[in-house]
Design a binder for this molecule. Structure first.
Ligand code: BES
Ligand code: MN
Ligand code: ZN
Length: 508
């Protein structure tokens, strides 16, 4: 991953391939953002005009390259759009900085070193820029032949080194902000790697092994239930879904604890390493990206490891419900009844509604520990994508105040999210002739129906929220801001923020 440092160097004398500056959209054309004063001076104060001549407007995500002025060691200036210029006394918001830094880092793929001279008013700004650079520079090339040489040839290797100018390298707050950003971005990028890894390689067993190794590295306790242990324990939901695959299911429990912790959070992730739909097979056109169906588990895994790296004063338990949903002679059939870990029975009417089945078992297992709150993350329904589009996740909860708290945490870290209801009248659509509940309900409001199903498997009196990340988990369009094509790491930063807020006593 890109190496990142805070630097006090002045832009002109800096040996780098490029200097990144910010340009905002002002009332009368592009405005050079603070941090780029030395560059502007070297252009005799005419940089805004030069940028306008080159067609720059300062719009978000816009990248304009121009030769560096005489006397600069770096040959190139990269002006990146920050969007609308903020009011006089207000600074740039963190998300604008994060996106701009990410877009610039992407545009600098193939470069060895760049200096970022973006506006930095405080430590939080430095953290946002660091996060944007590290997330934007992400690339997944584990499956490209001879990646190193190939990259060098077509200039696609991620940016090697980033120096952030304008910060205070010896200030504790700046150091902490950059350390936090580095931990979050490294673990989030690892989640992206897991999502992008093809399903023939990332089986439930392989995912569990990755989690086990990371847990060991970071002093997290890990417990893995394989198919034998799941059978013994009565985890009918996970076993039912995983029964059609030659790659057997796993339930992974990661326990991070801190001696001074007063609260306990449980995170539960849907980890379907591939969702073919099972016997209710998905049609062609709907399964090409279904390796992404373990994005919730990847987010939970990344968040627990990040909490450990940051030594947050809160206990966090992560539950990864891992299974592959495949059709075969041993697969669960539409019409089967499963006895779940909670003891409830579920009539499976559609084997493609598998996420709620594995989550039900993991939610009940999480509930047995009586945590202060449970948050599950899942690529659960196509209905949520229809409702909110491909960049926003839906938040449902059994507690309005908690749903609002989760929404605010998401907003703080720059993850687009929206509150969704759990309308009681939709529950009866899941009534079953033979079992306690069926895994299908009314088609309309399918995302909410799924949420209502999950609610049945949350222990009495436990605060719970559900994030349906089916839209934002996997980016099928072009890259934007700090978001690459493919696995995005959606949910990670919201979970980490929730853990931080809980540690600080600011949640629940
Ligand atoms: N993994 C899918 C949901 C999904 C859809 C994720 C698109 C990412 C992008 C889930 O398991 C599923 O198949 N859901 C069904 C539920 C239905 C059968 C009740 C759906 O949404 O169609
Ligand atoms: Mn499915
Ligand atoms: Zn699924």
């Amino acid at each position: 991953m890109t190496a990142l440092t805070l630097s006090t160097a002045a832009a002109p004398g800096l040996r780098a391939d490029a200097i990144v500056i910010g340009v905002a959209k002002g009332a009368k054309g592009p405005v050079v953002a603070s941090g780029a004063e030395a560059v502007d001076q070297a252009y005799d104060g005419r940089l805004a005009g030069v940028l306008e001549t080159l067609g720059a407007s300062g719009a978000e995500g816009e990248v304009t390259k121009l030769p560096a002025p005489a006397g600069f060691k770096a040959p190139l200036v990269v002006a990146v759009g920050l969007g609308a210029e903020p009011d006089k006394d207000a600074g740039y918001d963190g998300e604008a900085l994060r996106k701009a830094a990410g877009a610039a880092a992407r545009a600098l793929a193939g470069s060895k070193k760049a200096a970022f001279a973006l506006p930095v008013a405080d430590a939080a700004d430095a953290g946002a820029i660091a996060e944007g650079v590290l997330l934007g520079a992400y690339s997944f090339d584990a499956y490209k032949e001879a990646p190193k040489d190939a990259e060098a040839k077509n200039g696609k290797a991620p940016l090697g080194e980033a120096a952030l100018l304008g910060g205070k390298p010896r200030d504790a707050a700046f150091k902490a902000a950059v350390a936090r950003a580095t931990a979050v971005a490294e673990e989030l990028n690892r989640a992206r790697d897991l999502i992008n890894t093809p399903p023939n390689d990332l089986t439930p067993e392989a995912f569990a092994a990755v989690a086990q190794a990371a847990a060991k590295e970071h002093g997290i306790k890990v417990q893995i239930l394989d198919d034998k242990a799941l059978t013994k324990g009565g985890y009918g939901g996970i076993l039912g879904v995983g029964g059609g695959s030659a790659a057997t299911p796993r339930l992974v429990k990661l326990s991070y604890t801190h001696a001074k912790a007063e609260k306990h959070l449980a995170f539960v992730g849907k980890g379907i390493t591939y969702d073919s739909g099972g016997i209710s097979l998905k049609p062609a056109g709907h399964n090409e990206t279904m390796k992404c169906d373990m994005s919730g588990a990847a987010a939970v895994f990344a968040a627990v490891v990040t909490a450990a790296r940051l030594q947050l004063e809160v206990n966090v338990t992560g539950w990864l419900a891992l299974a592959e949903n495949m059709p075969s002679g041993s697969a669960v059939r539409p019409g089967d009844v499963l006895r779940m870990y909670s003891g409830k029975t579920v009539e499976v009417l559609n084997t493609d509604a598998e996420g709620r089945l594995v989550l039900a078992d993991a939610l009940w297992a999480a509930s047995e520990e009586k945590p202060d709150a449970i948050v599950d993350v899942a690529t659960l329904t196509g209905a949520m994508v229809l409702a909110l589009g491909s960049r926003t996740f839906g938040i449902m909860a059994n507690d309005d105040a908690f749903r609002t708290a989760v929404l605010e945490a998401a907003e703080e870290v720059g993850e687009p999210a929206w509150p969704m209801p759990l309308p009681e009248h939709l529950r009866k659509g899941m009534d079953s002739q033979v079992a306690d509940i069926s895994n299908m309900g009314e088609r309309m409001g399918g995302g909410l129906v799924a949420g209502l199903f999950l609610r049945e498997f949350v222990g009495e009196g436990i605060t719970w929220a559900h994030l349906d990340i089916a839209g934002p988990a996997f980016n099928e369009g072009g890259p934007f801001g700090y978001t690459p094509k493919g696995g995005t790491g959606s949910g990670v930063r919201t979970l980490v923020r929730l853990a931080e807020l809980t540690a600080a006593g600011d949640l629940g």
